[in-house]
Design a protein around this ligand. Structure first.
Ligand code: SF4
Ligand code: SF4
Length: 359
């Protein structure tokens, strides 16, 4: 039986004609291919967990391709936060400022750090989620070809694993492995298997709701240390029945504030709409410039300054909310508060490097 693949296209927040055009042309192109189901949802970040868009995503149990205007790592963990779970699968179509990511969605921050992560303790459904940034290309055909490649990979895996268990592949099996398009639903470009097998209409989910701002946790990095829950004074974080950190009241978060992302010792907190690519979920290697995120966000050698900035940002929000500033007296881990003062210059240099990138 032919395999089908689901593609979800998440629309941009604005009505930018160029962006909307790209989205619509991708959808139109995908609908011309066999074996692809297309769903259009509003911007992922703005969807509430009980919205129709999230329910639709939760209803897709197989491999899925999600195209959005977010960094893939941000989109993956945003979906995870909404109970749309699976293994992070890397797309070959990347924006210029996306570096290679590990299979688990981590971008390498775990190197040399053996602490157990939340994902080590929990089961992940056996399916892949491919998140593709719509910033990766302005050509609709690039997204369509990448979707077809992914669908061929899906079928290839089924053929190779299912038929070869316990023995060597036959020549016929090898042929199918090397030329998967003979069996695939999506075609090999010879035109024989093209043509609509369904109504040429996507499922289009429209919802109204304002723009949102809240943290997203990358659980492939998170060690459940609880520093974020101690730091945030707005009741955003909570714990689940297993005492694992979660974003419990996302809409309590203060718009534009990224403070807790700077105090997280694992750089696990993402604000997908923040202007800094590092905070928005980009991988480490930004435009060829290796940025040490631990200095930017607050790890041993640069943490004091990150904590100072975070405390200042939090105070601004406390004052705006009519509350008293608390400075460094509340929720700043000793580890960070005791760092040497000269690290401020290093952090300033890093921030300057980001500004110079003009991303
Ligand atoms: S501070 Fe970071 S690592 Fe610690 S619980 Fe929060 S998100 Fe996880
Ligand atoms: S950004 Fe500020 S308000 Fe939002 S969760 Fe973090 S500390 Fe709390």
């Amino acid at each position: 039986m032919a395999k089908r693949i689901s593609v979800v296209v998440s629309q941009g927040q604005s009505q930018n004609p160029a962006k909307r055009n790209l989205e619509e042309e991708i959808v139109a192109g995908l609908l011309m291919e066999q074996g692809i189901d297309v769903t259009i949802v509003p911007h992922l970040y703005d969807l509430k967990s009980d919205s129709t868009g999230i329910l639709a995503l939760q209803g897709i149990g197989s491999d899925v391709v999600v195209m959005s205007w977010l960094y893939p790592r941000a989109a993956h963990w945003l979906l995870d936060q909404n109970d749309v779970r699976g293994h992070f699968a890397e797309s070959q179509l990347k924006a210029d400022d996306e570096a290679s990511a590990d299979d688990d969605g981590s971008d390498g921050a775990r190197d040399g750090n053996d602490k157990p992560r939340v994902t080590d303790e929990r089961e992940t459904p056996n399916r892949k989620i491919y998140c593709i940034s719509l910033k990766a290309s302005d050509k609709p055909s690039d997204f369509i070809e990448e979707t077809k490649r992914i669908a061929r990979d899906m079928t290839t895996q089924v053929v190779s694993l299912g038929d070869w268990v316990g023995g060597s592949p036959s020549s016929e099996q090898l042929n199918r492995f090397n030329n998967p398009t003979n069996d695939t639903a999506l075609g090999n470009g010879n035109g024989k298997d093209k043509g609509p097998d369904k109504l040429l209409q996507p499922v289009r989910i429209e919802e109204t709701g304002g723009r949102r701002w809240y943290p997203v946790i990358d659980f492939s990095r998170c060690t459940n240390c609880m520093e974020c829950i101690d730091f945030c004074l707005f009741g955003v974080y909570g714990v689940d029945a297993a005492d694992t950190i979660l974003v419990e009241q996302p809409d309590n978060c203060r718009k534009g504030c990224p403070a807790c992302s700077r105090v997280c010792p694992e750089n696990a907190i993402i604000f997908p709409q923040h202007k800094s690519p590092a905070i928005a979920g980009a991988a480490i290697d930004v435009a060829g410039l290796k940025i040490d995120l631990s200095k930017l966000f607050g790890a041993p050698d640069g943490g004091a300054d990150a904590a100072t900035i975070a405390a200042r940002e939090r105070d601004e929000q406390l004052l705006l909310a009519g509350r008293e500033a608390v400075g460094m007296d509340v929720g700043i881990p000793k580890r960070q508060a005791e760092q040497p003062a000269d690290s401020k210059d290093e952090l300033d240099d890093l921030l300057d490097e980001f500004d110079e990138l003009d991303l």
